[in-house]
Design a protein around this ligand. Structure first.
Ligand code: AHM
Ligand code: MG
Length: 331
């Protein structure tokens, strides 16, 4: 039930018992992400100002402001998770290797690992276009109390315990799922609190938006070219509308609310696609499925793919069920 006066903190506590493995640990973890999101939001919001008054650049003595925002976001999310002693390992799109957290006082008793894309679509910041943070949470596979290993991170998306994103847009939203529906929370910037604004979000079964970087058209596989032509054909409820921001979180969020399909195929420049399976495809696929949609790489459901590398890329097609089914007919 939607109660717009309910804060994200209250919602987390109230729904704690519906988590698959309820111990309070996952609630604290999502709370930490909420906190880091507010800090990053504050910084993202003043990005234009910071540029104008010259607080960025190498000459600046305030070294923390010289950092690019994606590096800043990476550090904020990682340090918040480490300081709160809430996870046993972190993998980030910005880090070459995963991070092992040894908490001596608790003998590394934490059972969750977090995978994060701290600031996705960051090239859009310079032009004041929405960007996002994407996160994905798994239970570790290795024994509690031991060091995490790569196996804890290379899990199929279906094993996710929770996933979500923060969209730094016209308003800032945190959207997440713990496997029982998708809920959205909008930040009231005046008081720095997220309020429950979207309850049990459902993606329309069909839609009329297709989102793809058509500049790469000549490099697309044949079935994608055919599908684009299908979208553009004047027949039935077509032509569809093309909408592409170039910021996955924003493109997906719009399609989830309005109904649509997002496509990032393999190209000659990116023969395995551009998006990363662990930090981008899996969490978005989990949210999409929880909202009633579907995500595929063209052959398999994204959530069933067993990852082989931390930073591996994957072709990605996701959105309204009927639209993805239609795309698959061209394969
Ligand atoms: P990034 O992780 O380097 O920011 O790249 C990911 C972004 C996605 O947000 C977006 O869907 C895609 O790259 C856009 O790529 P392109 O500019 O090739 O269309
Ligand atoms: Mg990214």
């Amino acid at each position: 039930m939607l109660n717009k006066n309910q804060t994200l903190g209250e919602f987390i506590i109230k729904n704690q018992t519906s988590f698959k493995y309820s111990s309070g640990e996952l609630s604290s973890l999502i709370n930490s992400i909420r906190l880091a999101a507010k800090v990053v939001n504050h910084e993202v919001n003043k990005a234009g100002l910071v540029d104008i008054i010259g607080f960025t650049g190498n000459e600046n003595i305030q070294s923390e402001k010289q950092q690019k925002l994606d590096v800043y976001a990476n550090e904020k999310f990682i340090s918040t998770l480490i300081n709160r002693n809430i996870v046993c390992g972190i993998a980030s799109e910005e880090e070459e290797n995963f991070i092992t957290i040894n908490s001596s006082d608790r003998n590394n008793q934490n059972k969750y690992v977090v995978l994060i894309d701290p600031l996705d679509g960051s090239s859009n910041i310079d032009v004041n276009v929405s960007v996002g943070t994407i996160f994905s949470i798994y239970r570790r596979k290795t024994k509690i109390g031991t060091e995490v290993s790569i196996d804890d991170f290379l899990q199929k998306g279906r094993n996710q315990v929770a996933a979500g994103y923060i969209i730094y847009g016209t308003s800032t939203m945190l959207v997440y799922t713990t496997g029982s529906g998708v809920n959205g929370f909008t930040l009231n910037p005046a008081i720095g609190t997220f309020y429950h604004s979207n309850s049990s979000i459902k993606i329309p079964n069909d839609g009329n938006i297709y989102s793809i970087n058509e500049g790469n058209y000549l490099q697309f596989p044949e079935f994608v070219k055919k599908y684009i032509k299908f979208c553009q054909e004047e027949k039935d409820d077509r032509p569809y509308t093309s909408r592409y921001i170039g910021s996955l979180v924003s493109d997906f969020h719009r399609n989830m609310i309005k109904g649509g399909i997002f496509l990032y195929p393999q190209t000659s420049k990116n023969p395995n696609g551009k998006l990363r399976l662990l930090y981008e495809c899996n969490p978005i696929a989990f949210i999409c499925e929880q909202a009633g949609g579907v995500a595929t790489n063209g052959k398999e459901n994204i959530l069933d793919i067993i990852p082989t590398e931390l930073h591996m890329r994957m072709p990605f097609y996701c959105g309204s069920k009927k639209m993805v089914q239609q795309l698959k007919k061209f394969i």
